[in-house]
Ligand binder design. Structure first.
Ligand SMILES: NC(=O)c1ccc[n+]([C@@H]2O[C@H](COP(=O)([O-])OP(=O)(O)OC[C@H]3O[C@@H](n4cnc5c(N)ncnc54)[C@H](OP(=O)(O)O)[C@@H]3O)[C@@H](O)[C@H]2O)c1
Length: 199
């Protein structure tokens, strides 16, 4: 298969590429990294990305920014980051890409653990993650040409545990290998409309 991986050089994107690169051709995308540059916050740059790649068999999005802050200190603008970037950015990866994915191909998005196992200061992330779960459930039944769509919802990765030290008390970090397998299940398997939990 020919795959786009947006965020390919990030922590989750690396896990995806390590699992899938031996079996598939991967086009890596980032704002400043990868083979092609695009920003999920900019719909036009996503359209330009798809024009450059042409038809692909699968699209993986392993990106999305959210703001972390105590609930009572959140500004509307900070809260909107999760909704405009992590949610709408990944929704636009799908909306801009439908005509570029071959029949029976797939989109796989990324959410995270915080809408089912919350931490302090994580409301923005929890809200975005829940919205992404709703999006794939709703979109799956309307996808044309047998296209599939899922979202992978990983726990804190072992590779990120140091970076978030102290923020996830009691959480058991998950391996990059298991996260990579969850993406393989979506890209190479047959499921659709699923939130694929890794914990
Ligand atoms: N790490 C974890 O433990 C974990 C667990 C659960 C969920 N998640 C979620 O997974 C997503 C990715 O997390 P991560 O830890 O892998 O992040 P990361 O290590 O910071 O990597 C993000 C990657 O995406 C690219 N990127 C960032 N913003 C972009 C944009 N607007 N458009 C296109 N590319 C962009 C970056 O490259 P450029 O700088 O070149 O753009 C980078 O390669 C986030 O939504 C996060 O909430 C992470």
């Amino acid at each position: 298969m020919k795959l786009i991986v947006i965020g390919a050089e990030g922590t989750i994107g690396t896990a995806v590429c390590n699992e899938l690169a031996a079996r598939h051709e991967i086009i890596k995308v980032g704002r400043n990294s990868g083979d092609i540059h695009a920003d999920i916050a900019d719909r036009e740059s996503l359209e330009a990305m798809y024009r450059e790649t042409g038809k692909v068999d699968a699209v993986v999005s392993a990106v999305g920014s959210v703001h972390f802050a105590p609930l009572t200190e959140f500004t509307e603008e900070q809260f909107m980051l999760g909704l405009t970037n992590k949610v709408m950015g990944q929704v636009n990866v799908v909306l801009a890409g439908i005509d570029y994915v071959t029949d029976g191909g797939s989109f796989t998005l990324t959410s995270g653990v915080l809408d089912r196992d919350p931490i302090r200061s994580g409301t923005g992330a929890a809200t975005a993650n829940g919205a992404l779960g709703g999006f794939v459930v709703g979109a799956a039944i309307e996808m044309p040409r047998g296209l599939r769509i899922n979202v992978v919802s990983p726990g804190l990765l072992q590779a990120s545990a140091k970076k978030y030290e102290g923020f996830f008390p009691g959480h058991e970090p998950v391996s990059s290998e298991r996260v990579g397998l969850a993406f393989a299940k979506s890209v190479e398997g047959a499921i659709t409309g699923q939130v694929i939990i890794v914990e």
